[in-house]
Design a binder for this molecule. Sequence first.
Ligand code: DAH
Length: 337
Amino acid sequence: MLEQLQTILSEATTEISKANTLDELNNLKVSLLGKKGRLTLTAAGMKDLSNEERPLAGKKLNETRSEITQNLEEKINSLQEIEDSKKVLSLDVTLPGHSTTLIGRHPISQMLDDSVKALRRMGFSLASGPEIETEWHCFDALNTPQDHPARNESDTFYFEDGNLLRTHTSTIQIRTMEKNHPPVRIIAPGAAYRRDEIDATHLSQFNQLEGLYVDQNVSLADLKGTLEFLLQAIFGKETPIRFRPHFFPFTEPSFEIDILLEAEGKKSKWIEIAGCGMVDPDVFNQICKVRGDEAYSPKKVSGFAFGLGLERLAMIKWGISDIRHLIENDMRFLEQF
Ligand code: DAH
């Protein structure tokens, strides 16, 4: 047995050193160490040995097996290294690589980031709310009468259960005040939906940014200062801004904000970019009713709110003539930003 093992080891050593390919080495591994391999078959003879012979034969068997295994592994590794380096050498590093096109951020993302950054500096924090809303959050709580045109089925997407796709992000004002004690100072960007025909200036899904600040003694001067800071951060310090009286059911007084657009060679014109106002006492009263406390009593707090359309801001900032470009993912358009 000991001699047999010695023969197997010396034969194996020669065969391994002669092998030139990984395939040959794998075959050798099977023919030596596999189930029907030479070493395995020899080991089967252990049971015929006497009790005295067996320990020595067992030791020699283990040594032979580990030596053969080690030889095989060393040879496999060195052949593998040679094959790998051949592959690397045949690589033509002068071939052009696969290029990836890097383009800027989408105009809506840029508008969003710029607005959030400016408002954060003034202490506003982010809030959010669901896009599927109750009629109460979207209209009633915001003091919108039953016969208001926005509540029409032709203007708003209603579900069969009476819920709807929010028509504006002002719903988040209500959700914030329901849950949080004043003072609150939040901005809430998000999608809004209207049943509009899609054309150059309308989409049925678009993005708004809502703001709300409620505390003791919040005044119209705070509203004006905040929005001027925000709009100048977006459009530049020199941009003229005006507040024009308007009506919204949920603010009193209410304003629309215009900025003066001055394009070279063209007559400058004011364009509307946001709605805002002082939170209507009726909205505060509704909130007191659902909260069951007087935290938002109009006798104690006041506040301002505003809403901007992000598509509109982007269109003005970059002179985009058709709102549909913003959702078509046409690279020729996107590459410009
Ligand atoms: N929700 C209004 C709209 O979608 C915009 C708006 C106007 C929001 C005045 C406000 C606000 O918070 O005070 O047209």
